[in-house]
Design a protein around this ligand. Sequence first.
Ligand code: FES
Ligand SMILES: [Fe+2]
Length: 417
Amino acid sequence: MDDTLFPDTPRWEGDGTHRIPFVAYTDEALYRRELERFFYRGHWCYVGLEAEIPNPGDFKRTAIGERSVLMTRAADGTIHVVENVCAHRGMRFCRERHGNRQIFTCPYHQWSYAPDGALRNVPLRRGVRQDGEVLGGMPADFDLAQHGLTRLQVARRGGVVFAAFDPAVEPFEDYLGPEILRWFDRLFDGRRLVLLGYNRQRIPGNWKLMQENIKDPYHPGLLHTWFVTFGLWRADNRSQLRMDARHRHAAMISTRGAAGQAAQVTQVSSFKESMKLNDPSFLDIVPEPWWGGPTAVMTTIFPSVILQQQVNSVSTRHIQPRGPGSFDFVWTHFGFEDDSNEMTRRRLRQANLFGPAGFVSADDGEVIEFSQQAFESKPFHRTVAELGGREVGDTEHMVTETLIRGMYRYWREVMEA
Ligand code: FES
Ligand SMILES: [Fe+2]
């Protein structure tokens, strides 16, 4: 048996996924295969909200995997997603995060493109005229129509935009599957969305750790002092875990206040009895009809996004990997068109829980960073994800790592094929 301390392939225990090799988080070649198989082929990736580009000509620059893309709105209102790579000599031509323009011009040689990616103009295409002679220029058979930007497949649902480089990607609804689609539609039920703002952070850890963090309902009631102390998320809340048939996506569904007394959680060391809120309006939680009961639903759409409802705070969290040991994490906080001003303020106040310095989320960024440090120091080792058993399946409680095992079952299926 190969007993190297620096393996380049993961050694799994049988066909299980209850012990995850550290090397799955650190190896460059595996990481590139993940980009290829998850982000660039066969999967829908999150791009943004339609509300971010409400007017014709609006655009937003974002990323799918490590590839830069633009979500644009054409004059006729159609939404396009095109790759931010000039068709000429390959420059990443757009550097603004957001803007409005009818034509994108690459600064290098000023090739220009319509919002749908069509090449409109090539300067000096016909060369220059000197002493009655035409000098240089593109070949006579150069066809503008053959040299547009790479156009992605686009799926829109409930005001959310996903895209895929792969023309053979399955329909978005099939990609989510009926169970996850239900939770997607609960949040994005057709109401117009209103953009409230962004948080951005770079986390020095493998991108999968963020998916795992939101497939791990066991940690919030232990790691997060804030959740435990103010009772927003407890392991004994009434809850369900749901996955799609391939176990790549998941929903953690939790209903606050359905649990017993605090006795169980007061033994948890992160419970801080002395911690008090200076501003009680922070916990001014108002149930909304669309919740249909659950007070928190966290949905992971593999590989690129997390959909968050934590009481009145709703956001998308976009995962943009940058090498095996780092990813950018972009939070888009939003509300709904029919929100009162008071509700908008409430959503914004509660958003203080999240983001890089969030009362809760700051903890997650740190544990991901410290996990990655350990993984890189001894890639021959493995994690243990055996809470709730070694199998994979939906549950009616949260004391399980089944969603993590499920994601790695899918990971193995795709990566080992
Ligand atoms: S690289 Fe963009 S115009 Fe030449
Ligand atoms: Fe967390």
